[in-house]
Design a protein around this ligand. Sequence first.
Ligand SMILES: [Mg+2]
Length: 269
Amino acid sequence: MARLGDRRLWLFDVDNTLIRDIEHPDPFPDVFPLLEALRQRGATLGVLTNVGRLSSAQIHRALKRAGLHFDADKIFSAGAAAAAYVYNRNPDARCFIISEGGARDDFVARGLEVTNNPPVDYVAVGADRGMTFQELNFAAKMVHEGAELICISGSRSYPGVYLGAEDVYIGELSIVAAIEDATGKKAVVVGKPLPEIFVETVKALGFSLDDAVMVGDNPNSDIAGGRAAGLTTVLVRRNPDNIIQFDSGGLDTTPDIVVDSLDELIAKL
Ligand SMILES: [Mg+2]
């Protein structure tokens, strides 16, 4: 392997890697010295997160409030990845979206048509704590009539704060399960570890895959997908209780490098 420090693009996971999670944006102190060392070497720093309920712009603001400065155009969310996935297959697609607003913004930003009326080509579902029965029923109806079903990211549940209540909430995969059950159709999960997302992100930033590093806390999403796409992978051991459950889809979850703290990486550059 070429020297880690020669890699010019570094992509970071957000939840339990840079900050505790997007709704508790306390940064890990070991993040700052690594980002500073990478900046001094002229590396490009980006973010690839499975959060789909917030838009890339909202994630950018949350990181900024935590004192972590990334360029806004280098933040890639599962919502943005799902929008790119749809756009690559049908740029004129009409899309019905269940999400808290973030994914809708990402689809509109990609130039896709977001609609609440038939006909619908794609039904894309992210976590949504304000979802109504009508929305769920309409989504199932559209899928039954032939729309493709996309699950934005793939968490069963996640910790969060909603209307002041600290709790664990039902994730997008569980909402999608209801639509799958009602229609007999299977969703495509667009989020890490889908290798296409890593390839798209690295390409969009103008780098080659062997020039990119993925840093994350989750073997099943960050490492499995990054490795399958051909990136160098770094696993940082964080709080195991905060690792969100994703399905690796049978991909190899072995990281190239394992650290207990991100500042350990500085000596390896
Ligand atoms: Mg994570």
